[in-house]
Design a protein around this ligand. Sequence first.
Ligand code: SF4
Length: 343
Amino acid sequence: MPPPPGGGAQENLGIASGNGALLRVEDLKVHFQVRKGLLSTDTVRAVDGVSLSVARGETVALVGESGSGKTTLGRATLRLVVPTGGRVLFDGVDITRVPEGRLKRFRQRAQAVFQDPYSSLSPFMTVFQCVEEPLRVHGVRSRAEVQERVGRALEQVRLTPAVELATKYPHTLSGGQRQRVGLARALVLEPEYIVADEPVSMIDASSRAEVLELLRELQEKRGISFLFITHDIASARHFSDRIAVMYLGRIVELGPPAPIVSGPLHPYTRALIAAVPEPDPANRFRMRQVVPGEPPSATRVPPGCAFHPRCPQYMKGVCEAAVPQLREVEPGHWAACYLYGRP
Ligand code: SF4
């Protein structure tokens, strides 16, 4: 099996790497300096050489434990953090090099939905005001147009009757309804790409299924591309076209959900899946923190395969020698592990 084109970088991966890619991340690095004591600093390698693409209308799930770098990667694709290296191409334009003042159109086309529906909405604004705010920021002044677009966004997320819901304040809504207001805020600008960062992790089980269903519908009917960030591999399986498993700033496995969940290749993915309890009919299962060992700090990434201190299949003298690169082990299914080819 040949290594991915480009050798060292994780490049040209999977079905979305052709002309259909709306977003293309190339060898992206996001490193931070953090203070260590009075006089020295440490480098946090939050994202460390990731390449990935998202096609138009595709949903790619980023899965991993907290600290794996998935949120930083998502934020970098929105230019909410500045990368240390690599490129983020959106519709062919490298947004890492566009001056902030010229990003207005990109900021309409690419939106985010955040984890916490309780803190992401102002308690002093009605639902209508929350959803109209992005339109105002982007210069939509016509009252009629604002009303029409806000009403449409509320209907798209099934906050109906929109006229009635629009006058309510966030604290009077359920967690699921608030998250749908957050989604309406993102949709009102008619984006092509949405980063949904743990959008259902803080809402109850029945609302969770409803919001996931809604996201799926938006993807299918409106062709929106999603980067769906989650620690819950069960949600990823139901909502994504491809899953990328991240460990300490790198993608260690990538492929369609069915083979990843039923036949994971990477020992870390196997451990994540083993950590998921049996599903119940209401899809209420969640990943528990039972992957063996503690995830190491992103300031002290182990040499070679970063998972080697926790890996049950660690091969002495091989796994710590060099960072394993992603290889296409089965068609469309990639893994970065020396079990599938030595350096
Ligand atoms: Fe385990 Fe080695 Fe594969 Fe890393 S490269 S996951 S240590 S077998």
